[in-house]
Design a binder for this molecule. Structure first.
Ligand code: DON
Length: 304
């Protein structure tokens, strides 16, 4: 069976799970998103596209943006980056504060909120226009000028962003944040508000599947080693305290966001993006994980 038939069959199967999760409501603008959306898109390195359902509709990519921010910071900062943020799974929820205190302000990894906020701080330090540069990189990776910052989502998150503000303040007290707190939060909330479709996300993540090179343009963004490392971090830390379960059930590097998006890659072959807004208790798309589990089961493909 081809990919198109497989994703259509999966979409039919997983609809029975609608209603079992809950749309994120701690960011008020996200609480308004219709819960039963479902999009799936596959882009291959060879240039083939497959999609079904709401795969062309743009949604808030939230934490998926943390991978793009890291891909922007890492080549610029180099290995010194790992002095400011670790590379171990945290085993804690994405917005947890507790580990930071006994690990003296050095976040476990770049995908929990604390780690992503440090990466944002590095973007501010190393890029003259971090917000604009990040948007341009995302558009370049996805080959789409339609990608935008959803200012309403960014403002809505800022209004109730007390936990992220606490994380930045705490890390600043440990000298692990250089820029003003408000500045870091502003860039971070905009980064999280990036609006993209499944098709755009799958295309953007082909660079990670293609060892650091954007397949459609041939441009190199990461070295092979950097791309390997970012894929390894997605596998071990991309789903927070559910990273083990995702690796167990799906077997691919990937990243989730509280907007209900998940993107995963099969290195050397393709990227697949899913959007379904209802989340499980870990803040990851409940239906999205099922879609990817069925995909690797039905195709027999995973990195293992
Ligand atoms: O900082 C936050 O809480 C959100 N902007 C992003 C969190 C997120 O997407 C967690 N992922 N599942």
């Amino acid at each position: 069976m081809g990919y198109q038939n497989i994703i259509e069959e999966i979409a039919d199967t997983v609809k029975s799970l609608f209603g079992q999760g809950k749309v994120a409501d701690y960011i008020p603008a996200l609480a308004k998103v219709p819960p039963n959306k479902l999009g799936i898109a596959i882009e291959t390195i060879g240039g083939l596209s497959f999609c079904t359902g709401d795969a062309e509709e743009q949604f808030s990519i939230q934490s998926i943006s943390k991978v793009i921010a890291l891909a922007m910071a890492y080549p610029k900062v180099g290995e010194q980056l790992w002095e400011r943020v670790g590379i171990e799974p945290s085993g804690n929820p994405f917005n947890s504060l507790v580990q930071l205190e006994y690990e003296r302000g050095i976040p476990r990894n770049p995908f929990i909120n604390a780690g992503a906020l440090v990466i944002t701080d590095l973007l501010i330090e190393h890029f003259p226009q971090p917000k604009n540069d990040l948007l341009q990189l995302t558009r370049q990776l996805a080959q789409s000028d339609d990608i935008y910052y959803d200012y309403k989502v960014a403002a809505s998150e800022r209004e109730l962003g007390y936990t992220n503000a606490a994380l930045v303040n705490f890390m600043k007290s440990h000298y692990n944040i250089k820029a003003p707190v408000e500045n870091v939060l502003d860039v971070y909330f905009h980064q999280c508000s990036l609006a993209m479709s499944c098709r755009e996300l799958a295309r953007a993540f082909l660079m990670f599947a293609n060892h650091g090179i954007i397949p459609h343009s041939g441009e190199r963004i990461l070295t092979e080693s950097q791309a390997k490392r970012l894929n390894a971090l997605m596998l071990t830390c991309g789903f927070y305290d559910e990273a083990g379960e995702f690796a167990f059930r799906v077997g691919l590097p990937g990243k989730s966001g509280v907007g209900g998006g998940i993107v995963a890659v099969i290195p050397g072959e393709l990227a697949i993006a899913v959007w379904s807004p209802e989340l499980n208790e870990h803040g990851n798309s409940l239906v999205g994980i099922k879609v990817l589990e069925l995909f690797t089961t039905l195709t027999g493909k995973s990195i293992f």
